[in-house]
Structures are given as C-alpha cells and as structure tokens.
Write a protein that binds this ligand. Structure first.
Ligand SMILES: Cc1cc2nc3c(=O)[nH]c(=O)nc-3n(C[C@H](O)[C@H](O)[C@H](O)COP(=O)(O)OP(=O)(O)OC[C@H]3O[C@@H](n4cnc5c(N)ncnc54)[C@H](O)[C@@H]3O)c2cc1C
Length: 374
C-alpha cells in the first residue's frame, strides 16, 4: 500500500484531491492533514471585505473534499516530519505514516520588524484564519469605533484591501458626530505595486485618489500603537485599526524538520516539485522556492502547480517518470477597485474597466464552484 499524505489544505492540494476524486488510484491510500477545516480562496478575499460577496463565501470545505477523494481527513497541525521513520507528528493526534509526502503549507506572518504589530493590528496573512479577523473588524466599523484605518503593505493584497475597506466603510462605517467618512491610509514602504508597469501604477494611484485613500510611499511602518501607525521618520498615521499585509515568513515546520530550505527558510524544490534532496517529498505553493524559476508568492502559482503535483504523486506511486512544472512568466493580474471597476495587468499592459471586475468575479466564482460541486 502506498500511503500518500498531504499536509495543508492550500490551493495546490485542492487539485490533488480533485484528481484523486475523479480518478482513484488502486493500491494507494490518501490522507489530508489540515490545521483548518476550510480553505479560503484568495481571489475572493477582497470581495468578502468589500461586501461584494457574503462574508462566508469562497471557503472550500476540506473535510467534504477529502471524503470525495476517498481520503482520510486528519484535522490538526503537523508539528514535525520524521524522514527516517517516514512519519508525521500531528498535534493532539496519532503519528501519520507516509510513503509519499506533499506539503502545501502557505506562509506564516512575520511582523517582527514592526514593533507592537503582534498586539495592535490585524495581520492579514495567513489567509486561513481570515474569517474571524474580518468579523471583528466589521463589528468595530459598524459600531463607530473605527474612524481611521491604515493598511500596511503596498502590494496587490494591500492595494485591493484598501479599496475593499473603502467600499465597506462607505456602506456601513458609522462616524460619530459629523457623519463624514472613515479615513483610510495605505502605507506602501517599498512603493506602490512595485512589480507593475508604469501605466499600471499610474492607474492605481489615480484609483486611490478617487477612492479617497491617502497613500504614503517610501516610508515604512516602524511601530503600531493603539490609535496610530508610527512611520520610520517619526510621523504618525492615525489608525484605530491597522491591517498588515507585508512580511511573510516560511512555515517553521520546514526548518524544524531539517528539510532542504533556502536562506529565507522556504523549501527548495525541483521542476518535478520534489524536494531537492528527497524523492519522496513533494511541495507546492507559497511554502516553496522553485530552483531556477523563482516567482513572487501568489495563489496563481499554487493553482498552476496543483495539476502537476497531482499527476506526479500518482506517477511516483506507480514508479513512472515525473512531469516537469514550468512557472509561467506572464499572468493576468486583476485588481478590484472601490469604484466597481478593476485594473487588469498582463505582459506590461494595464487597462481599467468595469468589464475586468466582472471577469474577475466570473473567474473566482468558477474556481470555487469547481470544488464545491465535486
Ligand atoms: C487579501 C489577499 C488577496 C489575495 N489575492 C490574491 C489574488 O487575487 N491572486 C493571487 O494569486 N494571490 C492572491 N493572494 C495571495 C494568496 O493568498 C496566496 O499566495 C495563496 O493563498 C497561497 O496558497 P498556498 O496553496 O501556498 O497556501 P494557503 O492557501 O495559504 O494554504 C495553506 C494551508 O496549509 C495549512 N497549514 C499550514 N501549516 C500547516 C501544518 N503544519 N499542519 C497542517 N496544516 C497546515 C494552513 O492552515 C492553510 O490552510 C492574496 C492574498 C491576500 C492576503
């Protein structure tokens, strides 16, 4: 019997479960070990914040999906991988033995560079615990406790969240007294959307101005206090709530288990999605560095790796030659705006229209429905 064990219910593992649901493998037993029972789809997060989608939408039920795939579902956190004994230790559970192991763990937050962040702000990543964080934030907005909001991080996630918050705050925020609107500031330490072409950044800046979101560029958040974010030049940005989307670190499980990691602690994998020093260990998504094909941490890569990972686990179980994954260099980025439009960026071209928000909605709903319907 070949014991295939998946740790983490990330985007890539959804495809592995789907593949085994559609085509079971004789002689193999599949197990999913997941800390969270639901996997939030990242593309829909800003829409859940803005109110475009119900707050609980886009959460894929992992236990149900595992059942459809004929997999055992172990609800718990994997705390160590013992490669000598080929065994996973899982918090509050019995050890799980494996023949082939696959990791799709995402990232963990690292806000150690921002003093006070751990106690005074909402750390957006990882997204797996997003729902409970969002519930608290929305309750504070509705009660009028939040008059000033700050989003720290000028990447796509921070940009979209600032827009989503503008939409939600205008609809539901309650300003005591004068009835004005909640003030929102986006703090983009490394500059706004650094990877985008010039026109994309211009569109993004205009969209922020139109949505009445103040932009602070080139200054980093040094400290977060109860009512303010303190910048590294000493300036204060008033903030009754701060959301931090920056600084993702590698899951500690990788280093702790003595796996082949890069300087930042991410697992180094070959194009077959196997660890560089272990043919029985596969991995995908944000927790890996693909040797020679380094890319930003984004769900689109986990999604593209998913089918290759599924196929290679099957082939490895059958002792067949493996497929090679080639990371795409161009991909469509769709950034939702408070105005009901989206900015689309691909191959250095950037455009803005309502059509792109409809396209994003169609892509995102289709993704979630694919696993919900299985
Ligand atoms: C607001 C926001 C919007 C975003 N929008 C987009 C977008 O539009 N497009 C895009 O490409 N990317 C987007 N991203 C980035 C995207 O969320 C991540 O790149 C993506 O989620 C990574 O997927 P993954 O499969 O690597 O892991 P994840 O989706 O993070 O899943 C990892 C899972 O593993 C589990 N896990 C971790 N450690 C253990 C353990 N030890 N034991 C058991 N289980 C464990 C976690 O609980 C989690 O459920 C966005 C991010 C944010 C914050």
């Amino acid at each position: 019997m070949c014991d295939i064990v998946l740790i983490g219910g990330g985007h890539a593992h959804l495809f592995v479960l789907e593949a085994f649901a559609k085509k079971p493998l004789d002689g193999a037993r599949l197990t999913l070990v997941a800390k969270e029972a639901f996997a939030p789809y990242s593309g829909m997060l800003p829409g859940r914040v803005s109110g475009q989608y119900p707050i609980d939408s886009g959460e894929i039920d992992l236990e149900r999906l595992a059942k459809r795939a004929g997999a055992r579902f172990v609800h718990g956190e994997a705390t160590a991988i013992d490669r000598q004994r080929r065994e996973i230790r899982v918090k509050d559970n019995s050890p799980v033995a494996y023949s082939l192991l696959s990791l799709d763990l995402g990232i963990v937050p690292d806000v150690s560079a921002i003093e006070g962040a751990a106690s005074h702000c909402l750390i957006v990543k990882p997204i797996s615990t997003f729902r409970e964080k969002l519930d608290r934030l929305l309750a504070d907005l509705r009660s009028g406790r939040i008059v000033n909001l700050a989003v720290v991080g000028g990447g796509p996630a921070g940009f979209e969240l600032a827009h989503a918050l503008r939409k939600r705050a205008d609809a539901e925020g309650r300003i005591p007294g004068d009835g004005g609107s909640v003030a929102i500031t986006l703090i983009a330490g490394n500059g706004l959307l650094a990877g985008l072409p010039g026109r994309g950044r211009r569109l993004a800046r205009n969209a922020l101005a139109e949505a009445r979101i103040d932009l602070v560029e080139g200054r980093r958040a040094a400290r977060i206090e109860e009512r303010a974010v303190v910048l590294d030049d000493g300036r204060l940005v008033p903030a009754d709530a701060a959301l931090v989307t920056t600084a993702a670190a590698a899951p500690k499980l990788l280093r702790r288990s003595g796996l082949g990691i890069d300087e930042a602690g991410f697992l180094e994998v070959r194009p077959t999605l196997q660890a560089k020093d272990d043919d029985t260990l596969f991995a995908a998504g944000d927790c890996v560095t693909l040797i020679g094909q380094e890319r930003p941490k984004a769900g689109v890569f986990a999604v593209r790796q998913g089918p290759v990972l599924a196929e290679n686990l099957r082939r490895a179980a059958l002792a067949r030659p493996l497929r090679r994954y080639r990371a795409q260099t161009a991909y469509l980025m769709l950034l939702a705006l408070a105005s009901g439009e989206a900015i689309a960026v691909r191959n250095g071209i950037a455009l803005q229209s309502r059509f792109f928000l409809r396209l994003k909605d169609w892509i995102d709903r289709r993704f979630v429905a694919r696993f919900d319907r299985l």
